[in-house]
Design a protein around this ligand. Sequence first.
Ligand code: ATP
Ligand code: MG
Length: 355
Amino acid sequence: MRVRFENVGKRFGAHVALREIELDVEPGECVVLLGPSGCGKTTLLRLLAGLESADEGRLYIGDRRVNDVPPAERDVAMVFQNYALYPHFTVFDNVAFPLRARRMPAAEIAPRVKEAARRLELDTLLDRKPAQLSGGQQQRVALARAIVRNPGVYLMDEPLSNLDAQLRVQTRAELKRLQQELGTTTLYVTHDQGEAMTMGSRVVVLRQGQVEQVGTPLGLYRRPANRFVATFLGSPAMNLWPGALDGGTVRAAGAEVAMPPSSRAAVAAAAGFEVGVRPEDVALAAAPGPGRAPARVVVVEPMGNETIAVLDAGGTRVVARGPADLPSRPGSTLWFSVAPDRVLFFESATGRRIG
Ligand SMILES: Nc1ncnc2c1ncn2[C@@H]1O[C@H](COP(=O)(O)OP(=O)(O)OP(=O)(O)O)[C@@H](O)[C@H]1O
Ligand SMILES: [Mg+2]
C-alpha cells in the first residue's frame, strides 16, 4: 500500500517534533528513516499508526486519508523500540494476540501463528514465555506478532536495537528477505547508518524534525545535499577541511585537490568553502610525490581487514582508511593525496553542497 505524508507537522507543547514532512512511499517499498536521537523518527511512525495526531498536514495510507481514522482501522502493524511482549503469555499467545483482538476464529489463528513462527524460526519455542527466551528470540517474537496479521504497512521502530552486533547483522538480513518476500510497504526506523544503507531502497535523513534529504543509500553517500547528510552517513565520517582557492587549484589540509570544471565557478563564488573527502578516498604513501602533502600519524587503528589512520596535517585532522598492513606508527610522517573524482565541496555558511 502507498503511504503519503503531505506537509505534516507535530508539536509537543512548544517543542516542534516534526515540521513540513513530505514523503511518498511506494507500494511494497522499504523506506528507512535515519537520524540522530530526538530527531522525530518514532513520532513519525506513531503519527502513521494513529498513536499521535498530526497538528498540520495530511496522512494517507493507500488512497485513504487517515488523519481521523482510529488506530485499529488503519491496517498497520508496529514493532516498537522496546518490543513489549506480554510476559505471562506464551510465544504462541503473544503472536496470536493481534488476531484474537480482531476476533478471528481459533481454527484460523493456529495456522497463521505457525506460519509466522516458521518464517522467523520460532517453531520450537511456541510454548515458552518471553522470560525463557534470549533477547534475539524475543525480538523475533515481536516481529512475528507484526507479520501474523498481514497488514498493509509495517512500522518498525529500531526492531534490532536490542541485539548484539552479530545477531543484528544476521537478523537484519532475514528481515530484509522477509520484507521482500511479503512485499509489504515498510517504514523502518534506525539511527544505525549501516542498517540504513542495507535495509532500505530509499533513506530519509531527518534532523530536528525536518527532512534533510531523501534518496537511495548510494545516492546519499555519493551526493549528499549538505554537510549534515555527508557526515552522518559513513564511518569513519567524511573529512571536512577548510578549502582555499590558489589560482586554478584548490588547497585543503596542505594537499592539492582537483576540482571538476563544473564546480569551479560555484566554488569561486562562495565566500568560504570546505572540502569533503571520505576516508577511503585518502591515499597514503610512505614518500613525497606530486600532489601529496605530509601529515603526522596521531592514531593507528588496525581493524583486521584495514587500518584507520588519524593524521595531523599542519593542524588539520585527516582520517584515512589504509591497508591492513599499513606500515606506520604514531609520530611518524606519511604523505597523503586525495582521489580526484570523489571530492565534494560545501559552502561554509550554509553547509550546502556546491555543484
Ligand atoms: N509525548 C511527548 N511529549 C513531549 N515531547 C515528546 C513526546 N514524544 C516525543 N517528544 C519529543 O519529540 C522529539 C522527537 O522524539 P522521537 O521519540 O520521535 O525521537 P526519535 O528520533 O525517535 O529519537 P530516538 O532515536 O532517541 O528514539 C524529542 O525531542 C522528544 O523529546
Ligand atoms: Mg525513537
